[in-house]
Design a protein around this ligand. Structure first.
Ligand code: OAD
Length: 251
């Protein structure tokens, strides 16, 4: 790879980047997400069938996220540093519903809007009728009155469930079509459409994957850094900022 400078970068993150902050990834060996099958808690059908269980589940995720034990880690910090210091464009797309990218960004005075949450956010809820979105770190239950329509039962987690359309896809595809460097971090490549983003980049875009292990989409990347995101990203980001990434060869 002879290219020495990239003017536009897209970063895609998944659950792996938050694993070192103590938040469990989705596809653990037992195939369960915090002891639940995904279809029990992360589908519109599950919410209709058992809103109590779905609220309980996301309330527990919210409680964990906003507890003192969870903090952003070195991986989130490295990405925030890149966004702050890189001279070109950086688009950060995350499948994660936590706010750990924002927390790392705030420490560097970045505005929260620098993160595209394609699967929604735990800290937000939405009215099923008006689609108005509200920020709240508190628990939700089916009897809570919606702030806009005043009806109980109309509030749902602002999360994209299986079978629903992810947010901001137009903006994401536009950034992917222009980027010269695409970095995928801590995602298994199992969930469409994020798993296909690498294929939407141009032929001359340099594609790099950071993960603990090979994934199903690894062959689509020019290069890989195998290891924990918190260990590998600080050096990788430093290389990019110094223009050293061209030293990597395609394998
Ligand atoms: P997964 O749980 O499917 O994959 C996590 C990936 O992170 C795996 O490939 C791990 O090898 C890797 N990993 C784990 N720890 C890591 C670390 N410390 N550093 C680097 N990599 C690490 O999670 P996602 O790919 O994010 O959707 O899952 C995608 C979507 O499926 C999620 O957004 C969620 C889920 O169901 C919704 O909730 C809509």
């Amino acid at each position: 790879m002879n290219k020495q400078n990239f003017s536009s970068i897209v970063i895609l993150t998944g659950a792996g980047i938050s694993a070192e902050s103590g938040i469990k990834t989705f596809r653990d060996q037992d195939g369960l997400w915090e002891n639940h099958r995904i279809e029990e808690v992360a589908t519109p059908e599950a919410f209709i069938a058992n809103p109590d269980l779905v609220h309980l589940f996301y309330n527990a995720r919210r409680e964990q996220l906003f507890s003192e034990e969870v903090e952003h880690n070195k991986g989130h910090e490295a990405i925030a540093t890149l966004i702050k210091e890189f001279k070109g464009d950086v688009t950060l797309v995350t499948q994660n519903v936590d706010d750990l990218h924002e927390r790392a960004g705030r420490a560097l005075n970045l505005p929260d809007g620098h993160v595209i949450h394609m699967h929604g956010e735990l800290s937000k809820m939405r009215c099923k009728e008006t689609q108005n979105v509200f920020t709240s770190e508190h628990s939700l239950d089916k009897n809570l009155r919606c702030p806009c329509c005043k009806r109980p039962g109309n509030l749902r987690p602002h999360i994209v469930w299986f079978g629903e359309m992810p947010f901001y896809l137009d903006k994401i595809y536009e950034a992917l079509s222009k980027c010269e460097l695409f970095i995928s971090i801590g995602t298994s490549g199992n969930v469409y459409p994020a798993s296909q983003f690498v294929s939407f980049t141009q032929e001359d875009c340099y594609r790099l994957e950071v993960n603990l292990a090979e994934t199903t989409v690894s062959p689509l990347f020019h290069n890989r850094r195998i290891g924990k995101a918190g260990d590998t990203l600080p050096e990788l980001i430093e290389d990019i900022l110094k223009g050293h990434l061209f030293n990597l060869s395609r394998d």
